[in-house]
Write a protein that binds this ligand. Structure first.
Ligand code: 5GP
Length: 191
């Protein structure tokens, strides 16, 4: 998606440790006009799928998921990061290791909001090592629901999450795939 690539080049900041900061339009301040274009693009890509629910994870996936959901006329469910002691039998839960915080979280979705009839589009802002997506897929499958597809805004193609998720046989579409980036030179190359 050219508009997105141009914005990443203009406003993205490459940090050490393979982290791309896009605080100015995606992760802190949110550019809703851009989000609208992203939502439209996901709708076009997954137009032939019958999707009745959007699933994301708190916190930074929520904004993108909500704007995208308007194009699918579907509700958004976001997986919550929880304390293990709060986990009871009314939730689906999984463990996710955070790429940016290097911590492992328990993540939960209430059983009230996912059922076997659901055809789910998973949406997230970034794909790095794929832990977040693997956890969300696990939750959908625990509910007996179907993952129709996954829409990612920025995939870091030089990390292994994309291959791992595609090898699971799930349809994964990323609007921008970064082939390489260099913190010292501040350069970003797309696939
Ligand atoms: P994964 O589970 O694929 O390793 O990491 C995905 C999650 O980590 C995303 O939901 C996102 O919040 C965060 N993340 C991973 N890499 C980056 C990055 O380079 N920049 C930002 N801002 N977030 C990232």
């Amino acid at each position: 998606m050219k508009l997105l690539q141009d914005r990443i080049i203009a406003d993205g900041n490459v940090k050490s440790g393979n982290v791309l900061k896009v605080d100015n339009f995606l992760n802190h301040q949110m550019d809703i006009e851009l989000f609208n274009e992203i939502g439209k693009e996901f709708k076009q890509i997954f137009s032939e799928c019958s999707i009745n629910k959007i699933l994301t994870i708190e916190a930074s996936g929520i904004g993108i998921a909500c704007i995208t959901a308007q194009y699918f006329n579907a509700p958004v469910v976001f997986a919550k990061k929880a304390q293990s002691i709060n986990i009871d039998g009314d939730v689906y839960s999984t463990k996710i290791e955070s790429f940016t915080h290097k911590k492992t979280y328990d993540v939960i979705v209430s059983k009230k909001f996912l059922c076997p009839e659901d055809r789910v589009l998973i949406i997230d802002d970034f794909l790095a090592n794929g832990c977040a997506l693997a956890g969300l897929i696990d939750i959908v499958r625990s509910a007996g629901a179907t993952v129709e597809g996954i829409g990612i805004v920025i995939e870091k193609g030089f990390q292994n999450g994309g291959d791992m998720i595609r090898n699971m046989g799930v349809r994964l579409e990323s609007l921008a795939i970064i082939e390489s980036m260099d913190a010292e030179r501040g350069t970003i190359e797309f696939r």
